[in-house]
Design a protein around this ligand. Structure first.
Ligand code: HEM
Length: 493
């Protein structure tokens, strides 16, 4: 009898031990199946902090050299963690792959679980509602209907920033791009009351700039420490209070709007989107915080768009003839339509091509299509990707001779000409994505905000639009060196 008890007593721990051994073997087997990290820790380095920093500085070379002659996937420690780097020729096959998702990508990169960075929560109920709303509503007729609002606000903002001072002055391109887009975004969603509110613009500018920098700063801390360390970093204290303050400002406009004209449609003469109505419609009756979702859209959209606008302006600099051609294109469209309005933007085909070319040469990121496996699967080169692992596709095709002749050259009408080939009209617009142009990503998770961004950027980057309302401003001698250098727009009244 006593022996039987001993048997039972030993069976349990032994069984547990056996399970542990099997689990450990499976785990080890899984780790061993990883490709080796191409840029791991240097001798004496305990953490990956330096490897991540080295990636930030040398990403282009690491991505290029990693494929080797075999052009196979490889494994790299990026600033956001380990990623499989997949040959660009797989982009088409992976674009709608059923075992890949974008869930968790933005949240993880931008540390959305940390208080103060909730605006980056794209996987929460709020975030999914935001994604759905952008995808379904921020394109087509609602966008077209807001053209005049955006044109007016752009003109007024530029007139304000540049003033009518007749003296030559230098104005940093970014000093214009960010305020203009913040104002136009605000005007489009919340109306002039907030878009003209200097306190809002300052607070929003401070919060949105600090939020992505803070997320980047936190990524360099070891993961287990991150939920603790932010409580003692002063940046995060300010972020939390700025987010509360900006959300309160948005909420008060929404409350006022609810009392004033909710359900009555856009206000005469100065319409805005009605995001809160769209959210109501798509939320299926569940509760949500409309102010936070507005902030999410603003923070994600304004900075990406202002990067692109800055680059487009750099590319227009020193190209007087091109600026002239764009002006002529806009003048012709205004002559035809009476003003820039519904449908006018589609007719700006040279400007569309210039923007796409600018993005081709200098996209926001050197690699795109960040995806996570929701199931194990095997890449065409035989690399096994395990559930939960992430991959990236470098945008090398954008600078590849076989897809773009003279790939290093800025050819303003490159895409305009491509659109003129039979059957190609819709394939090379600035909003079209492809495996050879990853400026907005590609496939089912391509940027859903691109229709709004391109519409808005066409307005703000068009030389004529800069001049459209104020009329006194003549942009002359647009000049610049390479991005990153002290560059400026010179303005002559
Ligand atoms: C010029 C401006 C912009 C650029 C260059 C840009 C670029 C991108 C890129 C490269 C992606 C990843 C796509 C992929 O992985 O395939 C993305 C995703 C996304 N973008 Fe944009 N974007 C811009 C503007 C906007 C705006 C204005 C909004 C919102 C109003 C927005 C909302 C989003 C969202 C929600 C996603 C995640 C989509 C998903 O994972 O399903 N973007 N964007």
């Amino acid at each position: 009898m006593a022996q039987a008890y001993v048997m039972e007593d030993t069976l349990l721990p032994m069984g547990f031990l056996a399970i542990c051994v099997v689990a450990a073997t499976l785990f080890l087997f899984k780790r061993n199946d990883h490709l080796p990290l191409q840029n791991g820790k240097a001798p004496m380095e305990l953490l990956y902090t330096n490897a991540k920093a080295r990636f930030l500085v040398g990403a282009a070379d690491m991505l290029k050299s990693g494929f080797g002659k075999a052009r196979k996937s490889f494994f790299l420690m990026t600033d956001t963690g380990p990623r499989y780097i997949v040959p660009p020729e797989y982009a088409q096959e992976l674009q709608n792959h059923r075992n890949l998702t974008s869930d968790g990508i933005i949240d993880e990169r931008l540390q959305a679980h940390i208080p103060g960075l909730e605006v980056f929560q794209f996987d929460s109920y709020h975030g999914k509602l935001a994604r759905r709303t952008i995808r379904k509503k921020l394109r087509g007729p609602p966008l077209e209907g807001l053209t005049l609002t955006m044109v007016k606000e752009t003109g007024l903002t530029i007139a304000e920033i540049c003033t009518d001072n007749p003296e030559w002055r230098e104005i940093g391109v970014r000093d214009i791009a960010l305020p203009v887009l913040s104002r136009v975004f605000t005007a489009a969603f919340l109306g002039e009351e907030l878009s003209r509110n200097k306190d809002w613009l300052r607070k929003f500018g401070e919060y949105s700039t600090a939020a992505s920098l803070a997320a980047e700063q936190l990524r360099f801390w070891p993961e287990p420490l991150r939920p603790l360390v932010h409580w003692v970093l002063p940046t995060f204290r300010k972020l939390r209070s700025d987010l509360t303050e900006t959300c309160n400002m948005v909420a008060s406009v929404l409350q006022q709007r609810k009392t004033d004209d909710r359900g009555m449609g856009p206000r005469e003469g100065y319409p805005t989107f009605v995001l809160e109505d769209w959210l109501d419609e798509l939320s299926g009756g569940k509760e949500f915080d409309p102010a936070l979702i507005h902030m999410t859209l603003f923070v994600v959209g304004v900075h990406t768009a202002s990067d692109m606008l800055t680059q487009v302006i750099y590319d227009l600099c020193d190209r007087d003839e091109l600026v002239n051609d764009i002006r002529n294109e806009i003048t012709a469209v205004i002559a035809e339509d009476g003003e820039l309005k519904k449908g006018s933007m589609d007719k700006l085909k040279l400007l569309d091509s210039v923007m796409k070319e600018s993005q081709r040469l200098k996209p926001a990121n050197i690699a795109a299509m960040g995806r996570k496996a929701n199931k194990d699967f095997i890449l065409p080169d035989g690399t096994r990707i395990f559930k939960g692992e992430q991959l990236l596709v470098p945008g090398f095709h954008m600078w590849d001779e076989s897809f773009y002749p003279n790939p290093q050259e800025f050819v303003p009408d490159r895409f305009l000409k491509m659109r003129q080939s039979p059957g190609q009209e819709d394939l090379h617009q600035c909003v079209s994505t492809s495996a050879n142009h990853l400026g907005f990503g590609h496939g089912v998770h391509a940027c859903p905000g691109r229709f709004f961004a391109v519409h808005q950027l066409k307005i703000t980057s068009s030389a004529q639009a800069w001049d459209y309302v104020s009329r006194q401003h003549v942009w002359k001698d647009l000049y610049s060196q390479t991005p990153g250098e002290q560059s400026a727009l010179k303005q002559l009244n």
